[in-house]
Design a protein around this ligand. Sequence first.
Ligand code: DOR
Ligand code: ZN
Length: 349
Amino acid sequence: MSTQAPLNHITLTRPDDWHLHVRDGDALRTVVPHTAAQFGRAIIMPNLRPPVTTAAQAMAYAERIRAAVPEGVSFEPLMTLYLTDNLPADEIARAQDAGVVAAKLYPAGATTNSDAGVTDIRKTYKTLEAMQRAGLLLLVHGEVTSPDIDLFDREAVFIEQQMIPLRRDFPELKVVFEHITTKEAAQYVREAGPFTAATLTAHHLLYNRNAIFTGGIRPHYYCLPVLKRETHRQALLAAATSGSDRFFLGTDSAPHPAHLKEHATGCAGCYTAHAAMELYAEAFDSVNALDKLEAFASFNGPAFYGLPRNTGTITLQRESWTPPESFAFGEAELKPLRSGEALPWKLVA
Ligand code: DOR
Ligand code: ZN
């Protein structure tokens, strides 16, 4: 048993969020300042309607995001393209010239705004070859979509059916298995070699699937891939705190108007950008691993992407505070995770 006094302050190199949804239009004015207050950069998901499929669209979107960053705050959006069956291989060179860092693979129908996603990964092989040559990363939503596969098994089945063949066919393509939720995915990534990494969300480190059903159905805990059972959560926390440099922070903060989550067919996505580092600190602290948080949040991501670390720091303090019930979100309301509930860690600088 450790006899060390608990840490009450922790100062980290400024972290990055390697998986983020900020939407567009008025929504940017609420969510971009939350992320920019904590992170130096974020990988911006391209699942807008219509999706971001050209370098020119990605650059225009980056400008709209930058315009929502508060004065005096330094924050850089890292842009991605949405991979479709028809994304032309020659768009990759334009993307690379424009500074786009990755393309996102959504299996068609897997999640929010994924109808334009990939129906058969072999249709994208020419484009993946161009990405492998150019050094663009492939970010993968790793779930099969077949209706006969149980929702809770879709990630584990994806590894066998899609990820292993993909890795075999493109051994030097850098692949990020996004928002992993299972012990199978954690183990796969641990053993997959230097070209494969994974992001982990704060909510999958803090919650198991009971959270969706405690005292009634709780739509604000519904996301995709869906929360799994406790054994998986523990395996994810072990991976995040293992010291392996192929696991890093990606919030998958995914804002939706509250009325569309509290709905007969509620949208998938947890909004965590308002308290992202506080939630990760809580998860790491729960297993006495705050000393592993800086590498996970600030070092491993830039190393895998081949980018420099941020300069500057942030400081978290053990101090209880309560996120608001909601934020304005265009004309609607946005309910953050843990709204109205105390959090034990607070970002103080
Ligand atoms: O819960 C999710 N929400 N999972 C995703 O993959 C997409 C995201 C969104 O865009 O809302
Ligand atoms: Zn996402």
